[in-house]
Design a protein around this ligand. Sequence first.
Ligand code: ADP
Ligand code: MG
Length: 238
Amino acid sequence: MDRMLELRNVNAGYGEFKVLNNISLHVDKGEIVGVVGPNGAGKTTLLKTIMGYTTLYGGSIFFKGVDITWRKVYERVGLGLTMVPEGRGLFPNLTVEENLLAGAYLERNYSKIRDRLEFVYSVFPRLKERRSQLAGSLSGGEAQMLALARGLMSSPELLLIDEMSLGLAPKIVLSLFDLVGKLNREHGITMLIVEQHVKNLLEISNRGYVIENGRIVLEGDSRSLLANEMLKKAYLIY
Ligand SMILES: Nc1ncnc2c1ncn2[C@@H]1O[C@H](COP(=O)(O)OP(=O)(O)O)[C@@H](O)[C@H]1O
Ligand SMILES: [Mg+2]
């Protein structure tokens, strides 16, 4: 088994405010791993901690066998870690293509950047049609596609995705999940995905973790989580 990411007993938060409590989890190469949990449980904090944006009090983080616990954010990006943030974090007054180029900020080789643009336009033809349009004028679904595509511009090996379905219509959510599954299967991108749409997420993921109050309270393969009575009740999975 090829371990891509491993957190060991991670404690993290913001300044004095401790959020994550003794988190241990892993993601293997090729997997989609889901993290679910109620609002305020620490899901976003978990992804931010993996990227290096929070205060770490203890524990360690390994990526592709490298101890990245104290590495800077840009070093983690350089190693192949990228986060698609909650709320998308686009530049509304830049065009679609300018937003995409911003995602390749660590790359200096122009032909590589062109190749990546071609790649994301082949995955998201809609964005190619709208390449000159301002990001602020996209629909919610298109904006989320752009956020995902911008994440792909840094050619990640592990993509961390935070609540991509937030505020989108169910039909659009389904098509986004389809797309993400396809990116994983056809392009070998490993993913750690945080979501409130528990059923959609567990249907495309291999394994999952349930987080409550900054702790992991349940973990397992997605099929067994989908059948778990406690989870069914708490998250209204039918
Ligand atoms: N920048 C921040 N500074 C201080 N506390 C924060 C910050 N961001 C989130 N928190 C707190 O951390 C806890 C977990 O939040 P978060 O990770 O955003 O949860 P989730 O993504 O699961 O909804 C909450 O109590 C929240 O208020
Ligand atoms: Mg969140």
